[in-house]
Design a protein around this ligand. Sequence first.
Ligand code: ACO
Length: 322
Amino acid sequence: MPLRSVLRGVGKYLPGEPVSNDELAQRVDTSDAWITERTGIKQRYFAQPHESCAFMGAAAARAALSRAGIDAAQVDGIILATATPDQAFPATAVHVQAALGVHQGFAFDVAAACSGFIYGLSIADAMIRAGQAKTILLIGSEVYSRILNWQDRGTCVLFGDGAGAIVLTAETTDSGGPGVLSTHIHADGRLGDILYVDGAVGQPDKPGHLVMNGREVFRHAVAKLAGAVDEVLASNQLNYKDIDWLVPHQANRRIIDAIGKRLGLGAEQVVVTVDQHANTSAASIPLALAEAVEDGRIKPGHLVLMEALGGGLTWGSALVRM
Ligand code: ACO
């Protein structure tokens, strides 16, 4: 029987209070109608000063551990996906490690922008199957409010802050049992200039703001994500009808709908949180997963397809039996 990474718990953390489109329109030249029509976003959450990337990541991780019934002392490693770390180093993952009282194992960050959770899942799954760890905490945590350009209404209305986390454990299951079936990750650095942050800790006087060519990102997102969902199904000899749930990266309702349609899924099989959370980058998939598990939509045995695309460009897909 194969050794698999089984998803044992999922948790989330949303900071501050929700900020509606109408509230945002009081400080940015925009409207609820424009944002809703173009993106499906109705509100987002912005972190308060004390709600750092590590703070939110630790809160989501505690919730995931509690749901899994797993003690922090059992965690062998922490992988945290983020594009908005608290510091260049140490990695935000080590701050989460300290906050959780974990004193063993490894902790590191993954930088793959909005695809960070799928990249992290790919790494965690490979480590578990290679016998390098038995229990891994995988976290996506983001504070995009701190890198948004508030003078650029084409981007600042799209993003929000938050964190989500899952616990993966090594288990031997039969082929129809729970676990990560496969992950597929890609990058094309030639497209680095259509979605990026124009600065970094290493650049004097330039902390950086998010810059995006929305139309180009949209065009690549639909094509590349369609390829990624076909790839993950083909690699498992499954087809669209086998999927119970699509849990996509929550960038934009139109991209989500295009992929759901391609998979022939009804709206009731697609988890959508972009309306409530906006785009939380690497946190968006675990946040969406946590909502659908907590409210009972996603159940043990269900087959869940995840996909994401982000700056890089980076993109990927994963298939998980719950
Ligand atoms: N409020 C009101 N008007 C606005 C706003 C706003 N917030 N932003 C732009 N506009 C105006 C523009 O000024 C422009 O006006 P003009 O025609 O008078 O010049 C008009 O709206 C159209 O602007 P575009 O940028 O061409 O808008 P578009 O229709 O392309 O929609 C959007 C923008 C929603 C970003 C779209 O390109 C898109 O969905 N892109 C996908 C990328 C995405 O979702 N990125 C998220 C991050 S990446 C990721 O996670 C995958």
